[in-house]
Design a protein around this ligand. Structure first.
Ligand code: NAD
Length: 259
């Protein structure tokens, strides 16, 4: 299986790479796309190679419009084709909408949504050949507004719709497109929040399953979605959130009763 994963870090992207290497071992050829290579990424690659997977690390800035096509071209050059793209790169840069800078809005949409479209677009002929699949990591923020995350939520909503749109346009080519929406996951993006014990406990308390998710929780779902034997699943946006997204009405005090 020839796979390109963006946004590889100690968070969700790294967990996806490890999960796939565990599952596919020698049958996995992996392009790890990183903003910049670090010791941690080298260690991740080594861990995957220990499972006999082939790994190439490629650095790219996905906010640049030419970067997605260059990444896809590199993957195809290395492996002679492409079966799967996991568009996972993302940024969190909270700011109230009234004071958000134009550059920050544009950068959010470029990395979150435009890069996903351009990756899919560049990979289209290769995914046609392989009858492959595309998965984007969106967020519960794409379905539920959250004060302070106006650009992030809007860009994730656009990303979720992009996947639904691609799924219906590309179904005829045998390409499946799905979206994963994590809730609260402990990763480098969110670690600073969880360092505060009070916030950690308060966040756990609002999750029906009572705990914050791990990157591997998201990775397992990605593995399921890209598995070609799950051939009838496309156009879905699936939550990995411990039930958090179902709790809106639970915030209402009192229960109406009229007999
Ligand atoms: P993370 O910060 O560890 O990973 C994000 C990755 O995206 C990093 O490797 C970063 O280098 C990369 N990236 C950012 N800008 C880039 C650019 N311009 N070019 C190339 N790469 C770039 O955080 P994570 O939590 O593992 O996030 C992975 C995905 O999951 C993101 O899309 C995030 O929005 C989403 N997500 C995370 C949570 C959570 O609670 N952690 C919840 C919902 C959704």
């Amino acid at each position: 299986m020839k796979v390109l994963v963006t946004g590889v870090s100690a968070g969700i992207g790294g967990a996806i790479c490890e999960q796939l290497a565990d599952r596919h071992g020698t049958a996995l050829s992996l392009v790890m796309c990183v903003r910049r290579s670090t010791e941690l990424v080298e260690e991740l690659a080594s861990a995957c190679r220990l499972r006999d997977s082939t790994v190439v690390i490629v650095t790219a800035d996905l906010s640049q419009p030419q970067a997605p096509a260059e990444l896809v071209a590199r993957a195809v050059e290395e492996f002679g084709g492409l079966d799967v793209i996991v568009s996972n790169a993302g940024i969190a840069d909270p700011a109230p909408l009234e004071s958000l800078e134009l550059e920050a809005w544009d950068r959010m949409f470029a990395v979150t949504c435009r890069a996903s479209w351009l990756l899919a677009k560049a990979a289209f002929p290769h995914l046609c050949d392989s009858r492959g699949s595309f998965v984007a990591i969106s967020s519960q923020s794409g379905s539920h507004p959250h004060r302070g995350t106006g650009a992030y939520s809007s860009a994730k909503a656009a990303l979720t719709m992009l996947c639904r749109q691609l799924a219906i346009e590309w179904g005829r080519y045998g390409i499946r497109v799905n979206c994963v929406s994590p809730g609260m996951i402990r990763t480098p993006m969110t670690e600073a929040v969880y360092q505060d014990e009070r916030i950690l406990r308060a966040r756990e308390a609002i999750v029906p399953l009572g705990t914050i998710g791990q990157p591997s929780d998201v990775a397992r779902l990605v593995e399921f979605l890209i598995d070609p034997t799950n051939r009838y699943v496309t156009g879905q946006n699936i939550g990995v959130d411990g039930g958090l997204s179902q709790t809106l009405l639970d915030r209402i005090p009192g229960l109406a009763r009229r007999q």
